[in-house]
Design a protein around this ligand. Sequence first.
Ligand SMILES: [Zn+2]
Length: 255
Amino acid sequence: MPAETRLFKCLSDNYGVLLHDPSTGATAAIDAPEAGPIEAALKETGWKLTDILVTHHHHDHTGGIEALKAKHKCRVVAPAKEASKIPAVDETVSQGDSVSVGKLPGTVLDTPGHTLGHITYWFPQDNLAFVGDTLFSIGCGRVIEGTPEMMWKSLLKLRELPNETLVYCGHEYTAANVRFALSIDKENPVLDARAVQVERLVEGGNPTIPVTIGDEKLANPFLRADVPDLAVDVGMAGKPASAVFTEIRSRKDKF
Ligand SMILES: [Zn+2]
């Protein structure tokens, strides 16, 4: 049976997501920004929390773990390289490890850059990727612990996922990301169309995620650092893609 998901807001601009396997009843929270909204989503759906899958150690992704685990006795899965910074971890994982939620088979991808041990949970059978703060809709995470080159490689890894993959990210940053993207990628009709779509969603009070890898490839400037036209737009014609990415990321930091 196909996976079901439930998306909801947490804290000021974080997203919580539940991933549910209808065949076994298993339910995972992807990250745990805070317990309250996760409990509310569990109540609304009637699902029982069995797992928490943590993408990285930042407090706005882990603050709810202890309360949820105390109540639900759920399994906590976390990136091996950051387990010492995350509470109540039961299992550590890294690149290539399998993580199942009930009978939903998932795979771990190392996606460092935002933090050094950041991971993505990919459920290929259901075309779902939970990318934390690595890739955002029309944006990417800040490079806090790693290097821009490292982040670019992580984004390339996500870009290789099938086009139909639905991407769930950790924050609602899309409107601001679109404003920045339009400032550097001025002749991209796909981005222009996304800008209109995002404006409508935000005006209606709706989430702008999930997004697909296929759509992001065409509109997200951080996935397009190796497109010659974009390199020209930022004054870096002929430069290596990782250098173009570094320039775009640094402009966004100051935007
Ligand atoms: Zn973070």
